[in-house]
Design a protein around this ligand. Structure first.
Ligand code: HEC
Length: 148
């Protein structure tokens, strides 16, 4: 009787854990509402302060500052073609370690996540209930896709 009880307890303990692990392995696309509207708004201010003069206020790579050489677009079709299939963790890492080009790594992790949220929102991706967190696990689950 004790053994049966122990097996039952084990089953109840292990099944939910297994399910949780499976769902954390699944990926979502950037079209699944992976940032909040408020976060994208914060990202806009950070972007305008640190990125816009090179990547352009329309995020199309046409520099706002005429003395800057042009930079790659950070939104819409051309950006998506370049980044299709890669995770936000890759984008976050590259941005964090190399941008802003004149002062890499100078923003907080949260500001980089906010800016990525803003880039996605400019491309038309919908906002959702939860913020995009600047941690490798959740960023690596979110994949850039050109279409929904
Ligand atoms: C001083 C100009 C300048 C500033 C400021 C700047 N960038 Fe860049 N950025 C560039 C240039 C130039 C490249 C291309 C670098 C290369 O290909 O070697 C680039 C490349 C990138 C890329 C890679 C794009 C791709 O598709 O390969 C990302 C993402 C990016 N920047 C994001 C940002 C963000 C976010 C900020 C603000 C935090 C920022 N950049 C600020 C000039 C700038």
């Amino acid at each position: 009787m004790k053994i049966v009880a122990a097996v039952l307890v084990l089953a109840f303990v292990t099944i939910p854990v297994t399910i949780a692990q499976q769902s954390s392995d699944q990926t979502v696309s950037i079209w699944g509402g992976v940032f909040t509207r408020e976060q994208a708004n914060r990202g806009r201010f950070a972007y305008e302060g640190a990125c816009g003069f090179c990547h352009g206020s329309r995020l199309d790579g046409a520099a706002d500052d005429p003395d800057q050489r042009s930079a790659p677009p950070l939104a819409r079709a051309k950006f998506f073609r370049e980044w299709e299939g890669r995770s936000l963790a890759v984008l976050f890492e590259l941005t964090h370690s190399t941008m802003p080009e004149d002062n890499p790594g100078s923003l907080t992790d949260g500001e980089y996540a906010d800016i990525i949220a803003y880039m996605l929102s400019v491309s038309g991706a919908p906002s959702g209930e939860a913020e995009l967190l600047p941690n490798p696990q959740s960023l690596s689950r979110t994949v850039i896709r050109q279409q929904q």
